[in-house]
Design a protein around this ligand. Structure first.
Ligand code: NAD
Ligand code: GLY
Length: 372
């Protein structure tokens, strides 16, 4: 078992990582159950694959469970499901001091976190993340949000969970494509500021992807420790340190927008291609050694993640993709802060990227990928 503390004064909490933790969740959660009851919110895929384990462990700890089961998918992170969830929680007479349990991927975690932050002016919540993406990224750090017609994650709050309980064995039922997409966020921590961890990914990442428990727990713990340190340092993304976690996301969001935020390109797949593009763009600007950009591209490609516009199945040209970037919520005063790199493990925030130049790069990059 690994326990990592997110140090945020009175909002501090533990992240517990343990193979099989879901079967012992009752021991961890019993103290958060008012009158011996907990409300668990999940989606129907996770309910089928993992909820029985949680129910059994809560029953063994004499905790009654009320489950709210929502439809799976990104569209669950929107106004109408939020309203339905709030109504269901009110009908179950959730009180302000109560804890709501989010069992699922980033969609459930983001939605439940937001609901908890506004219900009765603030309830507590506990994250039991069941996708690799949620285990290494979204369950930690307290960003909550829903999507609106105007874009992704535009309405939300910072609301830290009281506990994050990570059971890597829940990934056994996750489709391999989802595991790979989450792996992009693991690689991201190496690329941001931990070149040795990127080296580990190159050597051992295939073991994580194959479901080897030792590799899985190691990578999750190392990723979570990196995120916890960044969040403790810059909880609300005001100093620029937390913004480093957006490596690959500006390119990635444009690719996701072009593919309609659909199953054609999962979020992590967009991030994977986005990180490879960010490194190649940094190399083109003369900031980053070309060899480092080639290593990033090769690793992303080797694990079967998209590494360029063609493999991401993106049709738009550079200008079209840059047009998507103009709607990015990070746009400030007409400029878009961009994560670039001076090498592997040397990511930095640049505020003077010219979007016309990014468009030209994207067209060049696509042309280079086409065999002569
Ligand atoms: P997701 O929650 O939609 O889960 C992916 C799919 O896997 C869903 O169909 C789900 O039902 C299924 N699933 C989940 N766990 C399973 C399991 N153990 N077994 C079988 N099926 C399972 O997607 P995600 O990739 O986890 O999260 C994406 C969301 O996370 C996006 O909305 C993104 O904006 C958000 N996000 C938030 C943050 C943050 O800091 N809050 C960070 C990154 C991403
Ligand atoms: N996933 C980005 C963040 O938590 O800040």
């Amino acid at each position: 078992m690994t326990i990592i503390r997110v140090a945020l004064e009175q909002r501090s909490y533990d992240i517990v990582i343990e193979e099989g933790a879901l079967d012992r969740a009752g021991d961890h959660l019993v103290r958060h159950a008012r009158n011996g009851r907990l409300v668990v919110v999940t989606d129907s895929n996770v309910a089928a694959a993992q909820l029985p384990r949680l129910e059994a462990s809560l029953r063994a700890a004499d905790v009654a469970i009320e489950a709210i089961i929502l439809p799976p998918g990104e569209q669950t992170k929107s106004w109408r499901p939020l309203e339905c969830l709030l109504d269901a929680l009110l009908a179950l007479e959730i009180e302000r001091g109560d804890h709501i349990v989010a069992l699922g991927g980033g969609v459930i975690g983001d939605l439940v976190g937001f609901a908890a932050s506004i219900l009765k002016r603030g309830c507590h919540f506990i994250q039991l993340p069941t996708t690799l993406l949620a285990q290494v990224d979204s369950s930690v750090g307290g960003k909550t949000a829903i999507n609106t017609g105007a874009g992704k994650n535009l309405v939300g709050s910072f609301h830290q969970p009281s506990l994050v309980l990570i059971d890597p064995s829940t990934l056994d039922s996750l489709p391999p494509r989802e595991v790979r997409a989450g792996y992009a966020e693991v690689v991201k921590y190496g690329l941001i500021d931990d070149a040795a961890f990127f080296g580990w990914c190159e050597r051992e990442g295939h073991r994580l992807l194959a479901g080897e428990s030792e590799a899985r727990e190691y990578a999750i713990a190392r990723s979570v420790a990196a995120k916890a340190a960044i969040v403790a340092d810059d909880e609300r993304e005001t100093t620029g340190r937390r913004a480093l976690l957006n490596l690959g996301h500006t390119f990635g969001h444009a690719l996701e927008a072009d593919t309609g935020f659909s199953d054609r390109l999962l979020h992590g797949e967009g991030v994977a291609a986005g990180m490879a593009l960010a490194f190649r763009y940094s190399a083109r600007l003369g900031l980053c050694p070309a060899d480092d950009a080639a290593r990033v591209t090769a690793h992303v490609k080797a694990v079967g993640l998209p590494h360029d516009l063609a493999s991401a199945r993106v049709e738009a040209d550079g200008a079209g993709l840059v047009a998507h970037m103009l709607h990015d919520k990070k746009m400030a005063g007409g400029t878009l802060p961009f994560l670039l790199a001076r090498g592997i493990g040397k990511t930095f925030l640049s505020k003077d990227v010219a979007l016309a130049d990014v468009a030209a790069f994207l067209d060049e990059d696509r042309a280079k990928a086409v065999p002569a």
